[in-house]
Each structure stands twice: as structure tokens, then as C-alpha cells.
Design a protein around this ligand. Structure first.
Ligand code: RVP
Length: 514
């Protein structure tokens, strides 16, 4: 006989947080958003345990969805620099995905591989042409003109006078030669590079190896940008942390390539993770010589969570059908309101921790349509959230920026749309026929309003999260989960929470109905 739940399944927009006493030390500057990414052992007396015990953490509890229109290398770099974590999309060739992971791992904040280089026998005319083309006025001079050739000098606009210095003048006659340049030795860190920049009043510090070959340039302005990212999510070698999506079909080839490329954590991308295919995939990852972390999902209930945890998942993703571009519920009638799913799975996670002393973080995936939904998800027990639509709006996402009805938009398409053709995500492991497309779509192709730079937006979103946490008397995510009091809001009280009974002014002072 079918089981029918007593409660309707609910979503974030149906709940409100009720404030607790805000103590004087409870100010946004004191809020710590550190979240665990993967499973760890701790004293079950302390539920939830200190997230810093996890072998992999992030400074802010936000991840970007493994989707073609969301998580490429640029977005992964921008998000890790802000303290979050991207999962590079797996619905692409193995080599292509590994190359994206490598790009993120090789990114060295503040250390730039010189992109404007000439040989000493080039002329001032070449310098001007290159400056025009790249927009960069600092040109490294190397013996062979490559970015990592033997470093012999540098040329900037201060080395020549336009209109006075003949265009045919060889660079070697006007450049600042190596012997007059302060250089850093490869291996120095950004702090040390900055010391040299200040001590010698430099704008640029070339970094060379023991053979005098150029490795990087460090610019004074880039150090300042680094200072603006105090929460950067980095590994013990100070490389940015990055995740990567895998599927339960080609994991035997994909996983080793991604681990080799340096992925810090993997995640199986599937619309329904309560399946034996995921069990097999996790077992394979865990059987590798090299230790690798793997998240699994998505599930929406206790049984799904326990299945994946017992199979060895390092974190579990929660949510079916709540994504902004997702039509799984309409097409197949499966899924669950995101809030109900998170509440049940968080309870199962806590019980499992009490029983075993192993804490397995959960990620609330999809359905965040307002910034405050992040706080609600965390208050309900999610360790971190995953978002697609949110990130697709930014400069760093892979989608095209287009003008629609006089407004700038970015393209955002679901992995279950015919555009993405990510059939592995929806596949049930049927090997009887070779598939290269979906039998029916579970996602749409859409536009989202263009919103500028990731950092500018995420800073505001997280300011709201920190502020609400202070209302709730919480300075950490553990505090929030332990203390939060939530109430279901009636449809009328949700209406009351919006603008009502006033005439709104537009920017010209005219009025419009709310
Ligand atoms: P949202 O943030 O609401 O845009 O949701 C993003 C999530 O939606 C993804 O992390 C994924 O779980 C899910 N998704 C991705 N593609 C599709 C689809 O085509 N149905 N759904």
C-alpha cells in the first residue's frame, strides 16, 4: 500500500525566522561562516560538531552548480577567491574538464604569467604595437621573447618619449636592464613579494628561477586585490580549492583524470541519487590508491541519505525538482519541497552522527530564489548550499551576455535540457542502447538578468546572511542551527511581508501600483 506523508512538502519561501536575543558581541564582523565539505569524525556529544575538524572546509557555505552554464574555470576561480567552492561541470569531455580543473589549480593569486613579451632586438614600434593590442604597458624582455625565457630587462612607458624616441630604436637600448631591476626568486609567497614591492617602491616585481628565467610578474595593484579577498579558499600549497562533477557511467576514466588534474573533491551529478549506480561509483572512487573525496546525490529523504552515506559518500546533496530551470516534477511527478527535504535529511545526518561519531555534511541544492533562502536552508541544518541561477547571472559564468528587450541578460540552461544533453545525469544505467540525447527534457533553456561581478553580488548576499544570523543570536553556522526558531508563514502573512498599501514611487517621482 502506498505510503502517504502526513505533512505537505514545503519550501523555503513558506518559512520565516523568529529573532532571538542579540548579544552585544553578536555583530556581522564576528560571524564565522566556515562550513565542512566532507565527512569527519568527532565527539557525538557536540552536535553539530565544530566544522573546522573536517579535512576539507570552506570559508563561506556556498557552492556553484555543476552546470555548463554556471561552473567553468573563471567562475571557479572567482568563487574560491571569495571563500566558496565550485564544481566544474562534468557534462563535457574528460580532457576538457580536467583542463578546467588544472586552470583553477594553477591560478596563483597575484602571480601573473607575463602576457606581453618581446626580444631585445625588437623595436620601439613593436612595443607600441603590442601595448596597443594587449592594453598592457609593462613588457617583459626575454632572450627568446617567450613568457618564461631568460629575463634580460623590462620596458614601460617611462622608458621612452613618444614623438622623440625613433620608432626604429632597438628595445635593448631603452629598456631597464636586468642588472638594475629588483627581482624575486621563485618560491617566495605573496606577502614576501609585497614586502619587496614596498621596500623598493616598485610597480612590478619580476619573479625568476635559478637560471634567470622569468616565471611571473607580481603587480602592486594585484596585491591590493588579493587583500580584498581575505576568505580565499586554498589548499596547503595556497592553491585554490576546486570540485568537479562526475557521473555514474564513465567514472573509471573520468575520476583518475580529475584526481590527477588536482580536483580537491568530486561529486556525482544526478537528478536522483538513490540508486545502486551511485553506490558503485562511490566504491570505485574509494578503491583508488589516491584518497579522493566524493559527494553524492541528490536525495530528498532519510533512506536516500543513509544509502549514500553507508556506500561511503563524503557529503550528500539534497533536492529534486526545485531548480529554477528544472521541470522534473512536471515531467515525472517526482521530488519534494526543498525545505521538507532538508529538514528530514538534516535529522537523519544528526542521528547518524550520534550513532557513529561520523558527521556527513549535507548540501541543499537548488531552489534558492531569494538571498534569505540561504539563511533558512542553513538554519534548517544544511551545511552549505549549491546554486545555479544565482551564479549564472555573473560576468564569470560561461553563458553569453545578450541584450533582450533593452536589458542585458545571461543565458542559463538546465543540464536536463536538449541544449546541455547531459543524459548521464538522468540515465538509469540502461546500457542496452547507445544514447547521445535525452528521451525527454527535464530542464529548460532560459535567460537570467545580468548582474555584474560575482564578488560584488556575493558580498551583499553574505552581508544579509550574517545580519540575519545576528538577529538569531548566532555567530557561527552551528549556533544558527542550534538556536534557530522557524515558523511556517501563512499566505496572508507572506503578502504582509512584501510592500503593501502604499503607492511606490519610480525614479522620476511617478507612482505605480505595488
Ligand atoms: P537553481 O539554483 O535553482 O537554478 O538550481 C540549480 C540546480 O538545479 C542544480 O544544482 C541541479 O541540481 C539542478 N538542475 C540542473 N539542471 C537541471 C535540469 O535541467 N533539470 N536541474
Amino acid at each position: 500500500m502506498a505510503f502517504i506523508y502526513d505533512e505537505p512538502s514545503r519550501t523555503f519561501g513558506e518559512y520565516l525566522l523568529v529573532p532571538n536575543l542579540t548579544t552585544k558581541d553578536c555583530v556581522p564582523a564576528n560571524v564565522d561562516l566556515t562550513a565542512p565539505v566532507v565527512r569527519f569524525k568527532a565527539d557525538p556529544g557536540a552536535t553539530p560538531p565544530d566544522p573546522r575538524l573536517a579535512p576539507l572546509t570552506m570559508s563561506v557555505p556556498v557552492t556553484s552548480a555543476m552546470m555548463q552554464s554556471v561552473s567553468g574555470a573563471d567562475l571557479a576561480i572567482a568563487l574560491a577567491r571569495c571563500g566558496g567552492l565550485s564544481f566544474v561541470y562534468g557534462s563535457q569531455g574528460i580532457e576538457e574538464e580536467a583542463a578546467m580543473v588544472r586552470r583553477v589549480k594553477n591560478y596563483k593569486a597575484g602571480f601573473v604569467v607575463s602576457d606581453s613579451n618581446l626580444r631585445p632586438d625588437a623595436t620601439l614600434g613593436d612595443v607600441l604595437e603590442l601595448t596597443d593590442r594587449t592594453g598592457h604597458s609593462t613588457i617583459a624582455i626575454t632572450e627568446d621573447g617567450t613568457p618564461t625565457g631568460r629575463f634580460v630587462g623590462i620596458i614601460t612607458s617611462r622608458d621612452y618619449r613618444l614623438g622623440k624616441t625613433p620608432l626604429s630604436t632597438p628595445v635593448r637600448e631603452i629598456m631597464t636592464p636586468f642588472k638594475s631591476i629588483h627581482c624575486g626568486k621563485v618560491g617566495l609567497d605573496l606577502q614576501e613579494a609585497n614586502e619587496l614591492i614596498w621596500r623598493h617602491k616598485l610597480n612590478t616585481l619580476p619573479v625568476i628561477d635559478e637560471r634567470q628565467h622569468l616565471q611571473y610578474l607580481v603587480f602592486r595593484k594585484d596585491y591590493e586585490s588579493h587583500q580584498a579577498h581575505p576568505l580565499e579558499n586554498v589548499d596547503h600549497e595556497k592553491r585554490l580549492i576546486v570540485g568537479a562533477g562526475i557521473n555514474s557511467r564513465d567514472y573509471r576514466d573520468r575520476v583518475p583524470a580529475l584526481v590527477e588534474a588536482g580536483a580537491d573533491v568530486l561529486c556525482i551529478d544526478s537528478s536522483d541519487g538513490y540508486s545502486e549506480w551511485q553506490g558503485d561509483t562511490i566504491a570505485f572512487v574509494k578503491s583508488l590508491g589516491k584518497p579522493a573525496y566524493v559527494g553524492a546525490g541528490n536525495v530528498v529523504d532519510r533512506e536516500g541519505f543513509l544509502y549514500l552515506v553507508e556506500a561511503g559518500a563524503d557529503f550528500v546533496k539534497v533536492g529534486i525538482g526545485g531548480g529554477s530551470i528544472c521541470i522534473t516534477r512536471e515531467q515525472k511527478g517526482i521530488g519534494r519541497g526543498q525545505a521538507s527535504a532538508v529538514i528530514e535529511v538534516a535529522k537523519a545526518r544528526d542521528e547518524y552522527f550520534q550513532r557513529t561519531g561520523v558527521y556527513v555534511p549535507i548540501c541543499s541544492d537548488g531552489g534558492i530564489s531569494q538571498d534569505y533562502h540561504i539563511t533558512i536552508a542553513l538554519a534548517m541544518g544544511a551545511d552549505f548550499v549549491m546554486m545555479g541561477r544565482y551564479f549564472a547571472r555573473f560576468d564569470e559564468s560561461p553563458g553569453r551576455k545578450v541584450r533582450v528587450n533593452n536589458q542585458f541578460m545571461k543565458e542559463y540552461w538546465g543540464e536536463g535540457s536538449n541544449r546541455a544533453r547531459n543524459w548521464q545525469r538522468y540515465d538509469h544505467g540502461d546500457t542496452s542502447k547507445k544514447k547521445d540525447q535525452l528521451e525527454f527534457e527535464e530542464g529548460v533553456d532560459s535567460y537570467v538578468p545580468y548582474a555584474g561581478k560575482l564578488k560584488d553580488n556575493l558580498d551583499v548576499t553574505l552581508a544579509k546572511v550574517r545580519s540575519t544570523m545576528c538577529n538569531c543570536g548566532a555567530t557561527s553556522l552551528r549556533d544558527l542551527y542550534m538556536r534557530a526558531r522557524l515558523t511556517v508563514a501563512s499566505a496572508v502573512s507572506i503578502h504582509e511581508g512584501g510592500v503593501h498599501d502604499v503607492m511606490l514611487k519610480d525614479t522620476r517621482g511617478n507612482t505605480r501600483e505595488p
